[in-house]
Design a protein around this ligand. Sequence first.
Ligand code: 0X9
Ligand code: ZN
Ligand code: ZN
Length: 451
Amino acid sequence: MMLLLWQIGLLGILAPKILCLMMRYDGDQVLQIIPQTPEQVHQLQELCEAWPLDLWKPHLPESIYEKAKVHIRVPVSVLQQIKDSLLQNRIPFQVLIKNVKELWDSDTVRNPGKYQFSLSNYNYTRYHPMEDIYQWMNQIKEEYSHLVTQNYLGATYESRPMYFLKISQPSDKPKKIIWMDCGIHAREWISPSFCQWFVKEILKSYQSNPKLSKAIQNIDFYVLPVLNIDGYVYSWTTDRLWRKSRSPHDNGTCYGTDLNRNFNAQWCTVGADSFCSSEAFCGTSPDSEPETKAITSFIESQKSDILCYLSIHSFGQFILIPYGYSVQPASNHDELMKVAETATAALKEKHGTDFEVGPFSTVLYKASGTSQDWVYDLGINLSFTLELRDNGTFAFELPEDQIQSTCEETMAAVMTIIEYVDEKYFKNNAVTVTSSTLWLSILLSASRNTA
Ligand code: 0X9
Ligand code: ZN
Ligand code: ZN
């Protein structure tokens, strides 16, 4: 009773202040918008005149330019209308601040001017909503501007921008590429977590880890942290177990394509459905989804330089090799098996986790239209799908306290693949570059043998 009275009293004193803040900003969002065409610039300018929007950057509608960032605080009262019209006009946007009030009366009040997390505080052992990941990408590319660029791939169905990070050590030599994508399936949250972990680890150790510092002289890493962004967002806001993208079908009666059935690899022939309500809906044609189209156009344009393709999923604990659509072995089946087995051995060494290796069609089930098979048939013959933890105990809802160990073991596996790719394609190169070290190690091992 005492406590209650005390609380009421306190509330009475503080209420006006809190109310004032809440009424003005609670629910307002700051959107970052990047108009892609002159028409979109114009549409955006008209929105600014027609609605009570608060333009943060630039300060005037006249200063909005094509491909340049625009930051707008949108009052909650008109938020839905504004988002709808951005979607309608296919203008890509992202939510930069999801609740202006929340930020203002928490961290910002105590640390004015510092409303974003800093990279050094980023918690890689938590799952992060999409806004965090966008912000994380921005910070990574700024902090490591000598090594990392952020590259636009295209827009999702709901017009969110898709970016991949390119990690590339400056050099005059032509480079090859290892591609990694995460988050094709929305609910497999550990997957985007691993892509972020991977980037962090590469940036932390590319100078100190000898294998990596050698590989990075020849190979750039292209990392797409979340492929199915709309689905990922939906899994945070509405349905934790959502798998597919979010495009509407059959007059809006059902939603989403399984993006890993939408690639042009024996499309929709096996292990895929042509009706939209299926979890394995293959879409209306190969590449019918903007996300798929964005990836395939890009990979096609770079195919002669991509040496290895890695697609990160969960769960099940497998390293899968082609094919998914057929039990016919891949032409370099033995090589793929060897690489996958070396990787699982390194993985197991970390925390004892057992992985299985083999073609998808034989260790699991058949599926057509997967990214891995499409990439393989394009001629990139080191093509792997990693199905991370666990075995089904927590399945898609892998607890956050397993993120670190899962990422550590997966990193060990991926490192062996990187090393293999580097050795295979840049062997001679390596001997010339490191011949002195090589001779030194031969001498040392000789002396060890005699001792
Ligand atoms: O079925 C899939 O799309 C993947 N498994 S999941 O449980 N994450 O949905 C596996 C795809 C593997 N693809 C090939 N081996 N071709
Ligand atoms: Zn977070
Ligand atoms: Zn998956």
